[in-house]
Design a protein around this ligand. Structure first.
Ligand SMILES: [Cu+2]
Length: 102
């Protein structure tokens, strides 16, 4: 009975959309991502270079800041709930990308 309830709740929750991003010599790739308002996101970020200062990723509008160890995938889970643009930046705000929320 309990298992059935859990299964029902899981089925009712909208599935998270998986997104992948890499940090390369060019910055964040992709540097522009289009998403839907209210759609839960599971953003997987892997830093592939030591040559830039992007050793941390900050998504201020989602209240997230995490270190990006080299070649390790770090997950950012959040749901954009407002249409517009959200930016994601390195720890010092020099390298950035845009999440376009529609
Ligand atoms: Cu930086």
């Amino acid at each position: 009975m309990k298992a059935l309830l859990v299964a029902t709740l899981l089925a009712a929750a909208p599935a998270a959309r998986n997104l992948e991003m890499k940090v390369t010599d060019k910055g964040f790739e992709p540097s522009r991502i289009e998403v839907k308002k209210g759609e839960p996101l599971h953003l997987l970020v892997t830093r592939k270079t030591d040559a830039t200062c992007a050793k941390e990723l900050v998504i201020e509008d989602a209240g997230l800041r995490k270190a990006l160890p080299l070649d390790k995938t770090v997950a950012f889970d959040f749901t954009p709930n407002k249409a517009g643009e959200m930016t994601y930046v390195c720890g010092m705000g020099m390298i950035s990308g845009t999440l376009v929320v529609q």
